[in-house]
Design a binder for this molecule. Sequence first.
Ligand SMILES: Nc1nc2c(ncn2[C@@H]2O[C@H](COP(=O)(O)OP(=O)(O)OP(=O)(O)O)[C@@H](O)[C@H]2O)c(=O)[nH]1
Length: 594
Amino acid sequence: MIQRPTPPRRPKMTDTSQPSDVARETLRQLAMRRIAPTPDNYRALYHEIAGSLAEEVFPERAFKQIAAALPRHNRESLRLAREFESAISQAEWPALRAVMADAFSRTEETNLNWGNLLRDLVSEWDRRQAGLTQARKREMLDRVLTASGGNPEKLFERMQGLLRAWSRNSDEDLPGNEAADSAEAVQTFAPTPSDTTSPLCTELLAGLLDGIAAQAKLTEPDLANEAGELAGMIRQGPALAPELVRQRLDKLRARLEWSAEDQHAVRDALQRVLQLILENISELVVDDRWLHGQIALMGEMFDHPLDVRILGELENRLRDVIQRQGAIKIELNDAQTRLKDMLARFVDRLGDFTESTGEYHDKIEQCAERISSAQDITQLTDVIAEVMRETRTVQETTRRSRSELEELRTRVHDANSEITRLQVELEQTSELIRHDPLTGVLNRKGLDEALTRETALARRRGTALCVGLLDVDNFKQINDNHGHQTGDEALQHLVDVVRENVRPQDSVARYGGEEFVVLLPDTLLDSAVATMVRLQRALTKRFFLTRQQKLLITFSAGVAEMHDGEAPEEALDRADKAMYIAKRSGKNRVIAAT
Ligand SMILES: Nc1nc2c(ncn2[C@@H]2O[C@H](COP(=O)(O)OP(=O)(O)OP(=O)(O)O)[C@@H](O)[C@H]2O)c(=O)[nH]1
């Protein structure tokens, strides 16, 4: 026998006098009847169990779609659309009803008024008005027609304005103060600042923005793009989003002001840099390599668009190079003078030696003559004694000269090595003075300068500035297990990853052994924390490879946003404290300083 499935029995209802019981029962029934638990099914079942009527649901989504399609060409339609949206967001039928009634009554009003408006306008056209010729009236009407851009509501509004202006100036009822009224008429009629549909204003404004875009293209591409985009928007029809255009124009004006201030600072800094270069070039007397160093620096400077940060750094670099080169130059001159003295003594010694050996030869020749003319043995004995004495003297001179020459040779060799060392140091000075020799990032001195520069810029521009201080986790273990050289390479790897993952305007500095600072201009605290976390992620993606072994480098970091009027050292101190909290709470994390 085929077993028919038993239809789901209506289960015994629990007490459903309380809404919470109804809700519980609804869920139970949904599960038992295997009905999909959608909001609509839940609602229907709830009312079935409660024995109530389903309330009419407010169709918010559908209304929002309607709101999105509403026209917003003028102030009036924009206001209505906003009121409509507000009624939707409150899900209120009465409010929605009021907005709709308002909108319809306005349409009716507008329709009714067209006839009256035209009649009044025609009669004002025929009347005589102070200071308004027919030609002037035609010109005014033309402008109203053009400025309305085919928008009937706008045209209606403007025609009413025109009518008011004409009627106030009519001869019949012209009050005593004609001049003021006349001025008011023109003012009433004159395009308002938001009247961007006036073709002349539009083109002037757009042309001005194009000019700004062209000028800023090379030095500030972002600003140039913004000006270009705004020009485009204004040409397309700014009446579509007048508020947005106004806000963007306002921001652009503020940026142009900053840019002008920057240009000023750039010019001053450039002047100081050039003065320093000139001072330095006039000092160049010993080695042309110095000159090449300076020229390379200038080349570097003019390779980038002039920027206060670059100029500030170059100025400081040059100042340092000049100072250091000055000191090295003195040492180098000293060493060269000593070398010259020694060579002079060497030449003297050689002369003495040649002289004494020359005398010896003369003496020996004389002795040889006396030997050949000697008559007896006594005479010969005297000559031999003299030969012996002269030979001993010359031997003594030769020995002394030899040891003196040996000593001179060693000292010349030492002086030469010293000169080579100083020259190498001289070449490296420009590079190393503000940069850490191991990793190439800024050292403490470089960091101090970057902090001073960025703090001043942030204050002037009213932008945020953050410092992130990171300390490598368990670095001692890397050194102990793999050697100091590997430890050094691990630090270089860390710096490579950090530099690749921060913006060009961010600065990276070595703060201590395995501690680094990242300086983040124009960045709020949350974004700075996010940046440090991004660096941590980047390090987990790029392992450090040493002898075919992958090492994961992690760090703990503290981040502080510079407070108003706070000294950079205090912000660093707060970041340091936050970093220690990160270490104590398990390492490999980023903590925002309070
Ligand atoms: N290879 C190398 N090691 C360095 C350098 N500077 C500092 N160190 C070493 O870094 C180690 C830091 O050790 P600790 O201060 O105990 O820090 P840590 O092992 O990272 O421990 P935590 O910070 O608590 O995670 C010391 O052994 C320093 O000698 C460097 O330039 N190269």
